[in-house]
Design a protein around this ligand. Sequence first.
Ligand code: TYM
Length: 327
Amino acid sequence: MRVFSGVQPTGNIHIGNYIGALRQFVELQEENECVYCIVDLHAITVPADPALLRENTLDVAALYLAVGIDPKKNIIFVQSDVSGHAELSWVLMCNTYTGELSRMTQFKEKSRGNESAPAGLFTYPVLMAADILLYDSDVVPVGSDQKQHIELCRDIAIRVNNKYGDVFVVPEGRFLKDGARVMALDDPLSKMSKSAENPLSRISLLDDDEKIRKSIMRATTDSEGSVRLDYEKKPGVSNLLNIYSAFSGCAIPEIEEKYRGVGYGVFKTELVAVAVDALAPIRKRYEEIRHSGELAATLRDGAERADGIAWRTMTRVKRHFGLGVKG
Ligand code: TYM
C-alpha cells in the first residue's frame, strides 16, 4: 500500500504531532511504500518569514529522520520542490464547491473576524487533497483534527472519478483511537497547537528536560485527585494519561491501577521521567542530523523520486481532462 502524509514547517513541532502523526509514520514504513512530505506551500497560507520558513523546513526534515523514518526505504521531500502539487491543486479546485470549503472548521477558526483572509487559507484543503491524490495514496496517517480534510479529499476524488473515469485512488485516513488528539496542557479543551501563545501549553520535540518538566508539572488537572480516564469530567488528567500511555507503551487501565490512591504530584513527576526518556534520544539524533550536511542531498533525492510519481499522475490527469497537447 502507498502511504502519504505531511507536516507543516511552522516551527514548534510538538508531542501532538508526534503522537498523532510522526509515530504512525515510523510504524507504517515497515510494510508499506511511504511518501512523507514537508508541506511548505501550506505554511505560506499565513504570513511566514522566508528565512525562518527555510530553517523550519529543514528542522522538520531532520525530525522526520530523528524519529526513525528511513529515507532510503521511504520518500522524504519538500512539497514546493515538486510542481505537481500546485498544478493538481488547480484541477481539483475546479471540482470543489465553495460551499464545501466554507464549512471547513479549520478555515473558520483561522479566518475568524478577518475580512482579508488570504484565498490560499480558503483553498488550503484542496492543496492537501492534491498532495494525497498525486501519489495514488491508499492510506493517510494523520491526527483526528484532519478528519474533515481527509473526508473532503475523498469526496473530491470520488466526484472526479464519477465524471472523468478512474482517475484517482480514493484514500483512507488512519487515525489513532485513543489520544488521537493531544490537548493543550494549560487548556485541555483545546488541541495542542504550534502557534498557541503560552509555550507551556505544549511540549515541543526539541524542548529541553527542564521545559518538559515545567510544562507537565504546571498542566491543568482538577480537584478530584484521582488518576482515571474521564474525558468529560477530567479532560486534563485524561490528556496526561494518553500522553503517558503513548510514551510508555502501557495501556491506560494499567496506568490507572499503578497510580490508584496517589496524588497528581507523583503521577506528574513520573510522567516527566517517561516523557524525557522518550524525547531525549530524538533530540540527540536531531542535533546530529540537522547540521550533518547530508540533509539537503536526502531531500533532493526524495524530491526526484516524488517527482517521478507525480509526473505520471499528472500525465494521467491531463489525459482524462483533455488538458495540454504535448502528450
Ligand atoms: P500539521 O502540520 O498541523 O500537523 C501535522 C500532523 O500532526 C497532527 N496533529 C495532532 N495530532 C494530535 N494532537 C494534536 N494536538 C495535533 N496537532 C497536529 C495533524 O493531524 C497532522 O497529522 N494539513 C496538515 C498537513 C498536510 C497534510 C497533507 C497531511 C498537508 N497536506 C496531506 C496529510 C496529507 C496539517 O496542517 O498538519
